[in-house]
Design a protein around this ligand. Structure first.
Ligand SMILES: C[S@@+](CC[C@H](N)C(=O)[O-])C[C@H]1O[C@@H](n2cnc3c(N)ncnc32)[C@H](O)[C@@H]1O
Length: 281
């Protein structure tokens, strides 16, 4: 177990409750409990961000310290659900970072499809499905009907939402034309939107922790966007190595707008353009 720093401060400048209790046995107990129940290793996430999230969980659940939180985490319990909701940040939207999606559509996908008309694509850390369904729409528009998309996330509850494909709101569509929304999403009575079956059937969902082995190999394209920003540098390198090895030679890794890979060649990747890295042949 890595020790907590002597003092951690929240934005308000007041030591957080998680930080105050972080050096006692409660942290070790919590780390083991979370690992057993969810496969999440707290030590792989950035410490300051994690402390803030743990603090929010303590407040919300009216708990005084991390040991108490560890005791309350039980399979199927509301506190475990609260923990997962606060811990996994599920923010997403369709065609997030639209300029990069345009580049994917006009530059990257045509090359991939030329090489393999039935490409294998992996959306890693897919949250409620906005990212893989955006890909499905792109591929449908390109008539790439033989493409398959695997979408994975560590959070089983968010995967249920993703599989249902029915929780989209107007907020998800700000990067899409009205025409595209009308052709691929059906409005529901409660004001939400459901993805059409033609795009839905291209995506299969699976629970997967990025800090374990890849769920497949020889992918033509992998998207891993806005997930590893929460990881420590060591964990990030571990994930990048795994992702690079899961690509076929010439395959492309697509990362988030605010992310970049330091010295990508150490992973066998060459930068193709901002956000896109290609596995060396
Ligand atoms: C901010 S969302 C990103 C969604 C989408 N990729 C995007 O860019 O819009 C981050 C997702 O990563 C998932 N996640 C966090 N840690 C993970 C891990 N170790 N393995 C797999 N998924 C993880 C979270 O559950 C969450 O759904």
């Amino acid at each position: 177990m890595k020790p907590f720093p002597k003092q951690d401060f929240t934005h308000s400048g007041v030591p957080s409750r998680a930080a105050q209790t972080g050096e006692d046995a409660g942290y070790g107990q919590l780390r083991r409990r979370v690992l057993d129940l969810t496969g999440i290793d707290l030590d792989c996430y950035k410490r300051q961000q994690m402390l803030r999230r743990l603090d929010a969980i303590l407040s919300r659940c009216h708990l005084s310290d991390l040991g108490q939180l560890a005791n309350e985490l039980k399979p199927g319990s509301p506190i475990l659900r609260e923990f997962m909701e606060r811990f996994t940040i599920n923010v997403s939207e369709c065609f997030r970072d639209r300029p990069r999606f345009d580049q994917l559509a006009h530059e990257i996908l045509p090359t991939i499809l030329q090489r393999n008309p039935a490409p294998r694509i992996w959306s890693a850390g897919c949250s409620y499905g906005a990212e893989p369904y955006s890909l499905a729409i792109l591929l449908k528009e390109a008539h790439a009907t033989r493409a398959t998309i695997l979408a994975t996330d560590i959070d089983p509850k968010i995967l249920e939402t993703a599989r249902a494909g029915a929780s989209f709101t107007a907020n998800d569509f700000k990067n899409m034309s009205r025409d595209l929304v009308q052709r691929y999403f059906q409005p529901q009575a409660d004001g939400t939107f459901r993805i059409n079956d033609q795009a839905k059937t291209m995506v299969s969902f699976k629970q997967h922790n990025l800090l374990t082995e890849a769920p497949g190999r020889d992918f033509d394209l992998i998207l891993c966007r806005n997930v590893t920003i929460y990881f420590t540098e060591e964990a990030k390198d571990q994930v990048t190595t795994m992702l690079a090895n899961a690509l076929r030679p010439g395959g492309v890794l697509f990362i988030g707008e605010t992310e970049s890979l330091h010295r990508p060649t150490r992973f066998g990747l060459n930068m193709r353009s901002t956000s896109f890295y290609e596995r060396a042949a």
